[in-house]
Design a protein around this ligand. Sequence first.
Ligand SMILES: NC(=O)c1ccc[n+]([C@@H]2O[C@H](COP(=O)([O-])OP(=O)(O)OC[C@H]3O[C@@H](n4cnc5c(N)ncnc54)[C@H](OP(=O)(O)O)[C@@H]3O)[C@@H](O)[C@H]2O)c1
Length: 302
Amino acid sequence: MFGTKKNNPQIDKDQLELIKHAQKRIKQKKRLYTHFVVFLIGSVFLILLNLVLGFGKDFKPFDINWFVYAILAWLFLLLYHTFSVFVTHHFMGKDWEQAQLEKLVTKQKQRIEELKKTHIDSNQSTTSSEIDTKKKTDLTSGLTIIVATAENNAIGKDNQLIWHLSNDLKRFKTLTNGHHIIMGRKTFESFPKPLPNRTHIVITRQPNYQVPDGVVVVNTLEDAINVSKNDPQPFIIGGGEIYKQAISIANKIEITRVHGRFEADTFFPEVDSSNWKKTHSEFHEKDDKNEYDFTFMTFERK
Ligand SMILES: NC(=O)c1ccc[n+]([C@@H]2O[C@H](COP(=O)([O-])OP(=O)(O)OC[C@H]3O[C@@H](n4cnc5c(N)ncnc54)[C@H](OP(=O)(O)O)[C@@H]3O)[C@@H](O)[C@H]2O)c1
């Protein structure tokens, strides 16, 4: 789709090795041949130097011309070179060492693979399910529900909040500032505009739901949680439908309990004390800016 795959001719590893080896042998033999030719020319040159030009003509150890010793020494080197090319390199050269090393490494690798397999097999029954659970737990470990509920668990009517509590709004802003806020489509539509400095994640089943720039649309709660995986504390901010689904996976609930009972069409699920323990409670009386008494409460999963 993104490009055409090239159909390169394939040479297998063994063939490549054979070619490399053959090339190397040819080079070695060429060098030996050159050495032989240089030896012949050099020997003639040494003989001429001594006999024709008279160089060192008085230097005759054991009454033999010095060029004979020189040529014999060179011949010895040439024989040694020949021996290396045809015997030593062939059987115990670097290639041979390399081959031995590779054999040992392959054996070690096989052994390691066997050990790994044994280890995985012994843990097989628990591994995959444990990983799944761990992944889920990691993703939801900071997941926090934030809600304002009445004593009868009422949270909204006609897609609006039922009360105006200035301190509750302030607390909401402080807690969610800089975080991901996950909400149902209806709650999103109850806002006049997106809130600043928060990443809005809207859950809807509609395939082409349109939102302003910067707002993220997903089709499941799971996707919403995945999108916010880099946030240590993503917030579920409502409404009723989303709270119902999220309460079984969230780890914390920040509740503003509004002291009163209200007529409503949307409700928060019951906070079951066998699953949740209250870790904080702070009562506030009603005043000019807060039309009802309320209590800030924090619940953490047991
Ligand atoms: N007191 C509070 O703290 C508080 C906080 C927030 C909201 N509220 C109130 O709650 C009310 C709104 O709550 P609500 O229950 O009516 O609506 P909601 O939970 O905000 O949104 C419901 C919508 O979310 C989408 N949705 C829900 N579950 C889904 C899933 N599993 N997969 C995909 N999409 C899913 C659907 O959108 P589509 O229909 O587009 O598919 C559904 O219609 C309002 O009155 C609001 O003021 C109160």
